[in-house]
Ligand binder design. Sequence first.
Ligand SMILES: *[C@@H]1O[C@H](CO)[C@@H](O)[C@H](O)[C@H]1NC(C)=O
Ligand SMILES: *[C@@H]1O[C@H](CO)[C@@H](O)[C@H](O)[C@H]1NC(C)=O
Ligand SMILES: *[C@@H]1O[C@H](CO)[C@@H](O)[C@H](O)[C@H]1NC(C)=O
Ligand SMILES: *[C@@H]1O[C@H](CO)[C@@H](O)[C@H](O)[C@H]1NC(C)=O
Length: 308
Amino acid sequence: MLNKKLTLSIILFIFSFINYSLSASSSDATPIRNIVIWHGLGDSCCFPFSMGKIKDIIQNQYPGVYVKSIEIGSSIDEDVYNSWFKNVNEQIDMACEMIKADTNLTNGFNAVGFSQGSLFLRAFVERCNDPPVHNLISIGGPQNGVFGAPRCATTNGTFCNVARNLLELGAYDEYVQNNLVPAEYWQDPLQYSKFLEKSIFLADINNMKDVKNQTYKDNLLSLNKFALTLFLNDTIVIPRESEHFGWYEEGQAKNIIPMEKTQLYQEDWIGIQQLDNEGKLIFLESPGNHLQFTEQWFIENIIPLLNE
Ligand SMILES: *[C@@H]1O[C@H](CO)[C@@H](O)[C@H](O)[C@H]1NC(C)=O
Ligand SMILES: *[C@@H]1O[C@H](CO)[C@@H](O)[C@H](O)[C@H]1NC(C)=O
Ligand SMILES: *[C@@H]1O[C@H](CO)[C@@H](O)[C@H](O)[C@H]1NC(C)=O
Ligand SMILES: *[C@@H]1O[C@H](CO)[C@@H](O)[C@H](O)[C@H]1NC(C)=O
């Protein structure tokens, strides 16, 4: 069951762009590759203040570039709903089909994920990668999962309260696993064997189970770069070190170990150690809470990675 003493958290969508108006384009070069972005929990492909804004910033820097913002469902409302309640494995299958069918992406693309959307794009690379991703960029992505439930005050109360009630049933309850997105990347360090047995998404894409999928590793190793952004004051993704592949020391939920000390890295389950040794793993940081980066931060840190 959910440990109620935990600070309740999750993946919110508060963009605190300091300069709301777009600055003038600072680069005339059109990048070779088109771009796919995937929003986070409670967000949608196309809200003007979130992914719409990101698309504008990118296209302002790289005029003419095609930016596909993943939409799961046939309307913005459905997309928001699905970000909470649609089985992630089905969402990945849908994205694989959608991306493969998009003729603007045929030559490969760069991918930018926001919060849980970063995990989903990594799953796209591991499971499909057709056409292939060149640079994969995670902005506040909970790479080793989360251990903290939604804080409902700041998001749509209706969905968030349903989500919390489901988590009360237990994140590893079969119904909850299949129907509540945050439960699918919920890693309970106090119930690790139950997590391994029941997790339908995170345990799989992180190759944590006994049988490893070599394709997942091979596909991640085919990336040109994998960039990981951590928010220094993140109180939504718990623990925030998950954004850099850190996690709790085994068997407890207090001490954090860095990526290099995790089994995932040491036994190189998905190729993270090899990418690191090859200099392809990029560690970025942003001040502020979850997804609270500025337009300037995005332009300085992310825009150059989209021109490779
Ligand atoms: C491909 O990209 C171009 C340029 O952004 C756009 O006009 C066109 O609608 C896109 N095609 C598809 C199938 O989305
Ligand atoms: C490994 O993943 C690939 C891609 O999703 C899949 O086709 C294959 O069946 C998986 N292999 C095993 C042993 O599960
Ligand atoms: C929250 O979601 C419900 C269910 O779709 C909707 O009826 C309601 O208007 C939403 N509330 C806000 C504040 O967006
Ligand atoms: C982080 O939070 C602390 C305590 O609330 C605050 O003093 C500090 O200014 C914040 N730092 C950043 C970089 O947001």
